[in-house]
Ligand binder design. Structure first.
Ligand SMILES: [Mg+2]
Ligand SMILES: [Zn+2]
Length: 241
């Protein structure tokens, strides 16, 4: 049986947020105030839809956006980590669950030739329409009250595990690597043998440490990381067990 590695994308694989990074394509590298202020909590995908429409209306073309997105830096040690996983694909299945979008993630994985490392990418579906506007849709509808309307990463993870298990694929443990507030929901459902790996100094890690101070129960172990190289060390330890 393999280990399942679950990756977040923004601020985990890449060292920035692709949705805010893309704003550098806008005139003067910023959004008009009315657009900036139009974000409503929980409705990020709708907001990004308006941002992409604005960029399209301003004449920002696909190749320009692609150049910007593929220039985002990887997080420290991530290239080493993804190469390590590729070399050990017999021991790991690997998925991305991200609130970015399918176009951005495809661009990055294609530019860096890391598509083959990931078995599946779950994210908001995006495409360019006939006007050259990037359009993005909610990944799904769900009823989790803790998560934004477009995506509950826990629902995605549970559905994936169930589907795999129906096909006879079971995992010894899940290792969840992320940084953000939308990684809290899936991480709190991890089981005793699983490992939550929050990025040091980011929202997920701060939330988990607050929860442990409040003695809120969590089953999985927690291993904090700053570099992908530290994640490699922990994975080496897990596969030796
Ligand atoms: Mg993130
Ligand atoms: Zn949720």
């Amino acid at each position: 049986m393999k280990i399942l590695l679950v990756f977040d994308f923004d601020n985990t694989i890449i060292d920035d947020n692709s949705d805010t990074w893309i704003v550098q394509c806008a005139p003067e590298k910023k959004l008009p105030i009315e657009l900036q202020d139009s974000y409503e909590k929980g409705f990020w995908t709708e907001f990004m839809g308006r941002v992409f429409k604005y960029l399209g209306d301003e004449g920002v073309r696909e190749d320009e956006m692609k150049r910007a997105v593929t220039s985002m830096p990887f997080t420290l040690g991530m290239v080493e980590l993804l190469n390590f996983i590729r070399k050990n694909k017999d021991k790991f299945d690997c998925i991305i669950i991200s609130d970015s979008n399918s176009v951005f993630i495809d661009w990055v994985l294609e530019a860096t030739s890391f598509h083959d490392v990931f078995d599946k990418v779950f994210t908001n579906p995006a495409a360019f329409d006939s006007n050259g506007h990037l359009t993005v849709e909610n990944y799904h509808a769900h009823s989790c009250s803790r998560c934004p309307k477009n995506l509950c990463k826990n629902v995605v993870l549970v559905e994936f595990i169930d589907k795999q298990s129906q096909q006879g694929v079971n995992y010894t443990r899940i290792v969840y690597i992320g940084d953000g507030g939308n990684d809290v929901c899936p991480v709190t459902f991890l089981k005793k043998s699983d490992v939550a790996m929050p990025r040091k100094g980011y929202t997920l890690q701060k939330t988990l440490s607050r929860m442990s101070q409040n003695l809120e129960p969590m089953e999985s172990s927690v291993v904090v990381w700053s570099s992908g190289v530290e994640i490699i060390s922990h994975l080496q330890f897990l596969i030796k067990e």
